[in-house]
Design a protein around this ligand. Structure first.
Ligand code: NAD
Length: 322
């Protein structure tokens, strides 16, 4: 039986990836500094470890004199635009330490394959209508935020280990991802979950506050599509970074209106000041398409599933309203 280690298994994508790997027949160990907030993990083992410490990375990677076949590194100090623009030092410090110690530990422990979760935030800002950007056009580098710079550094570090040691490295740059079992409140939630929460908690006839003017263009990838892409890329022989994302682009206003329509409520959108991030994203998925992967879940369907889950969470957490 093949063995996989999922770092960040207590998080949104890591939790879904554990389930996917179990379906593929892997023995799976999850590791995180906290348990999963919303689900019982299907991992064979789960370790609570702070991966900023090198000795904890060694412990996560140690497995009775054997080695893991695949390590999926998704642990990061992570959040939506509000978090990314305020917690710059934590992101640069904590995520860099995790990435430095995990790849080094994985090499020393003889791991065969190492997956690193990067982000579309490595790319410079784009304007709506700009032609799509290929992975190689990340250079000359000019990410919009420190989160993107840290990801770029960690990508390059992993690729350097791949060039100089026997480890195989796979790197995916994720577009915004959404779905059930992700953070939906508290300041680290991303736009789809935040909008689902605001709409779920709004009184019929009320308003929904949206940061910025809502014209920013985004692609939102449903979680099931993303974990399919992660798995396919890791099993492939593609040694260069690959973008994973949908071809269905929407504006933030489209996102909000879709959630409102699904809720069946009569709500007005109110634009307020707040961090909005880049104006647009449009990047090539040719590398993933060449592997036979493409996003299958339509935006409206994925948002409907996500809204149902967030609305249920909000009802349980605030039975009498906000
Ligand atoms: P998440 O915050 O839900 O999961 C990250 C997990 O890492 C959390 O459970 C957290 O506790 C854990 N972690 C943080 N610091 C740790 C430490 N010191 N030791 C051990 N565990 C630690 O985020 P996610 O959305 O599941 O993202 C997973 C990965 O994908 C991250 O690397 C993120 O940067 C990347 N990514 C996500 C998106 C997205 O839209 N969700 C987009 C681009 C890239």
């Amino acid at each position: 039986m093949k063995r996989a280690l999922v770092c960040g298994a207590g998080g949104f994508i890591g939790g879904h990836l554990v389930s996917r790997l179990k379906r593929e027949g892997y023995w799976v160990r999850g590791v995180d500094r906290k348990p999963h907030e919303f689900r019982t993990l299907e991992a064979d083992e789960f370790c609570l470890l702070d991966l900023r410490q090198p000795e904890n990375c060694w412990e996560a990677l140690a497995i009775d004199g054997e080695t893991f076949d695949d390590v999926y590194q998704l642990a990061a100090d992570m959040g939506g635009m509000g978090f990314i623009h305020t917690a710059e030092c934590d992101i640069m410090h904590n995520s860099a330490l995790i990435n430095i110690h995990m790849i080094n530990g994985a090499v020393k422990m003889g791991v065969s394959r190492y997956f690193f979760s990067s982000s579309a935030c490595v790319y410079p800002d784009m304007k709506p209508g700009d032609p799509e950007m290929t992975e190689d056009q990340v250079l000359p580098a000019h990410p919009d935020n420190e989160y993107g710079w840290e990801k770029l550094y960690a990508e390059r570090m992993a690729q350097a280990y791949a060039r100089h040691t026997p480890i195989e490295v796979r790197v995916a740059r994720f577009q915004n991802c959404y779905g059930p079992y992700g953070t939906w409140r508290g300041g680290r939630e991303k736009a789809p979950a935040a909008i689902c929460r605001k709409v779920a908690m709004a009184e019929d006839g009320g308003t929904v506050d949206v940061w910025g003017d809502g014209t920013a263009v985004r692609g939102f990838t449903y979680i099931d599509d993303l974990v399919d892409g992660i798995y396919m890329l890791t099993q492939s022989e593609l040694q260069v970074s690959a973008n994973i994302g949908t071809d269905e682009y929407v504006t933030v206003n489209d996102l909000v209106q879709t959630v409102i329509d699904i809720s069946g409520k009569d709500l007005e959108i109110r634009h307020v000041d707040g961090p909005v991030g880049v104006a647009a994203r449009n990047f090539s998925k040719a590398r993933m398409h060449a592997l036979g992967w493409e996003a299958k879940v339509r935006f409206r369907d994925g948002i409907a599933r996500t809204y149902a889950w967030v609305a249920e969470q909000a009802k349980e957490a605030y039975p009498t309203g906000a």
